[in-house]
Design a protein around this ligand. Structure first.
Ligand code: NDP
Ligand SMILES: O=C(O)C1=N[C@H](C(=O)O)C[C@H](O)C1
Length: 238
């Protein structure tokens, strides 16, 4: 594929390595506003930019008939607008708060655990995420996805960050620590015991590999709005 990389930072560079090793051509990469003529040389774009830039990057791709895969977090208040534009343009758009296979398995586990815990009122749930010091947004997109999946299966109505003491809200704690690529845990606590599930990323490779696999996958699909669930087809009951 002829690939554009929008956001040539830590993730953009990792995507470049993996995409090149899988035989793709990087025809355009930028850490700045898009040059549309150069973007149009690509068949598909992968965006790992900033919360401020992502919506513009995604919509620019859709308006120019370039399939777009985005992993940028912290811009989701505009997600539905991007979906509408994708449908209007008959484009291809895939977003994931986390592209790693392990986290997508963890998402399934989290949903199944939430379903099991939903009737057990003696337990309270809490989420925690730890990331490197350069991360711009908090809480992480992955933590928000985990919270949204729990809300679907339980009577919690929303999440809180910074954590609030409320029965209806899932508290999310965020910590910033040098060298952490991405750690998430979900804990159910009662007076009797504690249940915790966690995921720890050992590098950025899993995120970048998942994004390139998602780009290869969407390249072959008809127009539409897709997620990693569509790409991975994980065998789950949720
Ligand atoms: N979904 C997933 O699996 C993952 C998602 N992420 C998310 O991806 C995003 C990027 O993460 P990371 O690579 O670590 O961050 P970096 O800060 O290392 O990279 C972001 C890059 O975007 C550049 N940038 C700034 N403005 C624009 C613009 N208008 N268009 C294109 N690029 C621009 C920045 O340039 P400059 O430095 O000059 O400002 C920088 O090079 C974050 O939102 C992060 O949460 C990260 C890992 C996995
Ligand atoms: O900024 C990061 O590094 C990461 N961001 C994503 C998020 O916000 O969930 C995914 C991963 O945890 C790494």
């Amino acid at each position: 594929m002829k690939l554009a990389i929008l956001g040539y930072g830590k993730m953009g560079k990792t995507v470049e390595n993996i995409a090149t090793s899988r035989g793709h051509d990087i025809v355009y990469k930028t850490s700045d506003d898009i040059d549309i003529d150069r973007l149009k040389q690509a068949e598909i774009a992968i965006d790992f930019s900033t919360p401020e830039a992502a919506y513009f990057n995604i919509t620019t791709c859709l308006e120019n008939n370039i399939a777009i895969v985005s992993g940028t977090t912290g811009w989701l208040n505009r997600f539905e607008d991007a979906v509408k534009l994708c449908k209007l343009q008959a484009g291809k758009f895939l977003y994931a708060s986390n592209f790693s296979i392990g986290v997508n398995v963890f998402f399934e586990l989290n949903s199944q655990l939430a379903k099991m815990m939903s009737g057990l009122k003696e337990y309270d749930v809490k989420l925690r995420e730890v990331h490197h010091l350069e991360k711009k947004d908090a809480p992480s997109g992955t933590a928000i996805s985990l919270a949204d999946h729990i809300i679907k299966e339980t009577e919690y109505t929303n999440w809180s960050y910074p954590p609030e003491d409320s029965k209806n809200l899932i508290p999310i704690e965020a910590e910033r620590k040098a060298g952490v690529f991405g750690f998430h845990d979900v804990t159910y606590n009662s007076d009797i015991d504690t249940i915790t599930i966690s995921h720890n990323a050992k590098s950025r490779e899993g995120f970048a590999h998942g994004a390139v696999v998602a780009a290869e996958w969407i390249f072959k699909q008809n127009d539409g709005v897709y997620s990693m669930k569509d790409v991975l087809q994980l065998n789950s009951t949720t």
